[in-house]
Design a protein around this ligand. Structure first.
Ligand code: C2E
Ligand code: CA
Ligand code: CA
Ligand code: CA
Length: 275
């Protein structure tokens, strides 16, 4: 019976309580991170296919943890969503990205559009449009140089509310793209209802070994253009992918083939070299 007890203990106690403790510690750390400015934005350039010019930058959040080092967003954003901290983090990301984009313009670089990822919860804030407008005013960035990236998950409910928010954003001149297009809950209906400016083809469709993927990529590009939207391919890593996307008339590319996401100083350096 001692054995059973010990097993019992081993099965339940350590794993669950450890995970719980870990989550709690992480949440406390996240709050601290916000206060102590441990967040950083890295930027990944987006290249226009025809001109070869950098026309956009996607802002990607990094947490520079004092003990652990860089923590990738996939590990802490779900937690930030659950705890509601994503509202504050998201607002910080928006302001920081707009500020940086304005700074590049002031430094004399050709204007680019900065892409900011929106979590579902953040998008459902009642005052999102007002918040975005306020940040644009504060930072002096023209609305057309800001693009909000939303995912298809957003469209799962509250159609009226989403439509109203999207119209509000378009009214002030902000661009809105669908991220990871094709991987989520996609209803083609939404593409015709929602005022969107761009589709981002998810990188899973760029795997050329899967022959059907070529047809899917072709179709998404065609669909975007038919609906007067631009289209960008994400996760472009090889020359073959670039060639194929060019043939298919894809507007923009983003991926390791051209550049990884980089800290501000490095991406600024890259802009200098390209001038
Ligand atoms: P995402 O928006 O789909 O961002 C693209 C991810 O693919 C980034 O990962 C980027 O580093 C990676 N990537 C770019 N090019 C390539 C490539 O050629 N090959 C491969 N294998 N990967 C590539 P990252 O930075 O780790 O971000 C992961 C996710 O975290 C993002 O996916 C986005 O959903 C989320 N995220 C990042 N920053 C924010 C943020 O500020 N707010 C919110 N809500 N989510 C964010
Ligand atoms: Ca994105
Ligand atoms: Ca994506
Ligand atoms: Ca993603």
């Amino acid at each position: 019976s001692k054995n059973i007890q010990r097993n019992h203990f081993q099965v339940f106690d350590p794993s669950i309580s450890d995970r719980f403790k870990q989550a709690l510690t992480m949440e406390t750390d996240l709050r601290k991170a916000l206060k102590e400015r441990q967040f950083e934005l890295h930027y990944q350039p987006q290249k226009e296919m025809n001109s070869g010019r950098v026309v956009g930058m996607e802002a990607l959040l990094r947490w520079k943890h004092p003990k652990i080092g860089y923590i990738p967003p996939d590990t802490f954003i779900p937690l930030a969503e659950r705890s509601g901290l994503i509202m504050e983090i998201g607002e910080w990301v928006l302001r920081e990205a707009c500020m940086q984009n304005k700074r590049w313009q002031e430094q004399g670089f050709s204007p680019v559009v900065v892409g900011v990822n929106m979590s579902v919860k953040q998008f459902y804030q009642k005052n999102l449009v007002a918040q975005v407008a306020q940040i644009l005013q504060e930072t002096g960035l023209e609305a057309k140089y800001l693009e909000l990236e939303i995912t298809e998950t957003i469209a799962m409910a509250h159609e009226e509310f989403i439509l109203e928010t999207l119209r509000g954003l378009r009214n002030i001149g902000v661009q809105v793209s669908i991220d990871d297009f094709g991987t989520g809950y996609s209803s083609l209906k939404y593409l015709s209802i929602f005022p969107l400016t761009k589709l981002k083809i998810d990188r899973i469709f760029l795997d050329g070994k899967q022959k059907q993927n070529l047809a899917i990529v072709k179709s998404i590009i065609h669909l975007s253009h038919s609906l007067q939207m631009k289209v960008i391919a994400e996760g472009v890593e090889t020359e073959e992918q670039v060639t194929f996307l060019k043939q298919q008339d894809c507007d923009e590319i983003q991926g390791y083939f051209f550049s990884k996401p980089l800290p501000v100083d490095q991406v600024t350096h890259l802009l200098c070299e390209l001038q």
